[in-house]
Write a protein that binds this ligand. Structure first.
Ligand SMILES: Nc1ncnc2c1ncn2[C@@H]1O[C@H](COP(=O)(O)OP(=O)(O)O)[C@@H](O)[C@H]1O
Ligand SMILES: [Mg+2]
Length: 219
């Protein structure tokens, strides 16, 4: 899926507090299947931008188009359906549910259809090298393994777009690289559009394009 934005602005306003301008007019054009690395210093607005692109937050003004559909005119039901059907998200922290095992965690986004999705979950476990860990609980896994489960969970619905916000920021370099390689190879295979926020020049080189953000603007 293609992502286009026109003059995205995000401000945080609160009574008796100076307004914070986080996104200052973002114009983006990401092609279907393109893999983009989003870089820039902490506080630049990278997370805010991908939360808006991933339909988890709304801009103060400006438009987001996904496959030419203006999604910011959608109501919350349409937004959540669009998100469920097309979008996957991986965060810096895994956010696995502590009381569910590995297989169940991967099935969380499709819980009502989990029986039908078990074979895909098993395929993803195989790809992630976690088949022997499927009945383990999150606390029984290493950081890298937890993050591979989070990646499998993001992919359970074969999303058309995957957003990853510093997905390997909490891991050592070697473990992080393994996960990045998995992420890129799956996105290549499924022609998934990928937007990954990273501080790693190495990872950015694997992307088709690097975008740099400073102080709420793309440069
Ligand atoms: N709810 C909020 N109210 C006010 N400012 C916020 C809020 N959320 C984020 N910010 C500010 O937005 C800026 C960008 O944050 P973020 O998108 O997380 O940056 P990055 O991911 O590039 O580190 C920061 O200066 C942060 O303090
Ligand atoms: Mg961030």
């Amino acid at each position: 899926m293609k992502i286009v934005t026109k003059n995205l602005i995000k401000n945080y306003a609160k009574p008796k507090t100076p307004e914070v301008c986080v996104l200052k007019g973002i114009d983006l054009n990401i092609n279907s299947g393109e893999k983009v690395a989003l870089m820039g210093p902490s506080g630049a607005g990278k997370s805010t931008l991908i939360h808006i692109l991933g339909l988890m937050d709304i801009p103060t003004s400006g438009d987001v188009f996904i496959d030419d559909i203006k999604v910011n005119s959608y109501d919350s039901t349409k937004l959540s359906n669009m998100r469920k059907e097309n979008i996957g998200f991986v965060f810096q922290f895994h956010y696995l549910l502590a009381d569910f095992n590995v297989l169940e965690n991967i099935l969380i986004p499709v819980w009502n259809d989990r029986i039908k999705k078990i074979s895909r979950a098993n395929e993803l476990l195989e790809i992630m090298g976690l088949t022997s860990r499927k009945t383990h609980m999150p606390h029984e896994l290493s950081g890298g393994e937890q993050q591979r489960v989070a990646l499998a969970r993001a992919l359970i619905n074969n999303p058309k777009i995957l957003f990853a916000d510093e997905p390997t920021g909490n891991l050592d370099r070697k473990t992080g690289e393994k996960i990045e390689n998995l992420m890129f190879s799956i996105c290549n295979q499924l022609k998934t559009t990928l937007v990954v926020v990273t501080h790693s020049e190495e990872l950015a080189k694997s992307a088709d394009r690097q975008l740099k953000m400073i102080d709420g603007k793309l440069i």
